[in-house]
Design a protein around this ligand. Structure first.
Ligand code: SAM
Length: 252
């Protein structure tokens, strides 16, 4: 089975469920606002959004003051949605392209921020390191690389499905590079399929070092808080006290 085709088919097939103009998915509450805060300050900044999907995050960053967004995604359907929304909103400072990020050349861009929101869960350990190296080369000196991934422990701590899970297909170490299928729910009850090529915490640090980053990264383990529960107790309560996602921010 060609796992690259799987990722593209997965997202081509469910682009409509991802299309959004406000928070819909669990991770739109539990991860994206936090990672967008990590991208601050944004005023006047150029951003390369790798694995941009249908462009929701990029559009939010433009609203927050970013000067320019370029999004790259392997899924034609996701990029079609991003382009359609760009046309609808008249966003001249947003551009998108369909491309496998593993084919990105060195230093094709010179941006203030490279963002990879839940991209690396689709790449194996070696490709993650290579893509981080490419990300490093697209950054201006002093720019930031910001990425979020599923928490490496989540599949081993949470067995119940609703409203977010990955099904472990091996142990914490023996499962490295194995694809764990999962689902994440929207608040309207629709589940979307997601995947995680399992990596350990060490893998992410090793990849950053291989890429050339020498500064200490900020690391945040993202979880459900009281504000989430106040919005929708039924939806968020099953996830209290679980490490859901990790966000990293590292300076070039
Ligand atoms: C979980 S979605 C996240 C989308 C967006 N970053 C967000 O946070 O809303 C992961 C995205 O990564 C894209 N992707 C996966 N592998 C890729 C690759 N090799 N090259 C480019 N995009 C890829 C998928 O098509 C999908 O749109």
């Amino acid at each position: 089975m060609n796992s690259d085709q799987d990722t593209k088919s997965l997202y081509d097939g469910q682009a409509s469920q991802w299309q959004r103009t406000g928070p819909v998915l669990l991770s739109d509450y539990s991860a994206r606002p936090f990672v967008m805060d990590l991208c601050e300050p944004l005023k006047g900044y150029s951003i390369l959004d790798i694995g941009c999907g249908e462009g929701y995050v990029g559009r939010e960053l433009l609203k927050r003051g970013a000067a320019r967004i370029h999004g790259i995604d392997i899924s034609d359907a996701m990029i079609e949605k991003a382009d359609a929304e760009k046309q609808k909103l008249g966003l001249e400072n947003a551009t998108y392209e369909v491309r496998d990020i593993r084919g990105l050349g060195d230093s094709e861009f010179q941006v203030d921020t490279v963002l990879a929101m839940f991209l690396f869960n689709y790449l194996n350990v070696a490709d993650t390191a290579e893509v981080m190296k490419k990300a490093y080369s697209q950054l201006k000196h002093g720019g930031h690389f910001i990425f979020s991934v599923p928490h490496p422990s989540l599949a081993f701590l949470k067995q119940d499905k609703y409203p977010f899970y990955f099904e472990k297909r091996g142990g914490y170490f023996s499962g490295r590079n194995i694809l764990f299928p999962g689902e994440i729910w929207r608040r309207d009850g629709i589940a979307v399929g997601v995947q995680c090529v399992h990596k350990t915490f060490e893998d992410y640090f090793t990849a950053m070092r291989y890429a050339g980053f020498i500064h200490m990264p900020e690391v945040h383990e993202l979880h459900i808080n009281d504000e989430h529960v106040a919005i929708d107790p039924e939806f968020f309560t099953p996830l209290i006290d679980l490490p859901l996602h990790v966000a990293f921010k590292v300076k070039k």
